[in-house]
Design a protein. Sequence first.
Length: 86
Amino acid sequence: MRRNGQRLAAGGPNEQNSEQQRRLEKENAELMEQYIEQYEQKLKCEKQQAKTLEEIKGLESELAFKVLMNALKSFICAICTEFFNS
């Protein structure tokens, strides 16, 4: 092959560029794979976080109900005590 009257030797600029391009494409593919893995991990964490938040909301509701029931029991006990002491 000739360029400007000179013969290009094996391993010339074109081959070096091709090799560099292949290396960069391989590196890009590896980085994209890492990105996808990290994104999947992020989604898994967000899903777990949402599940945990739902569990917390359920526990808060249960706790609020128990507090309300205890207040009601205390109120009933106070009324009964007042009624029987009268």
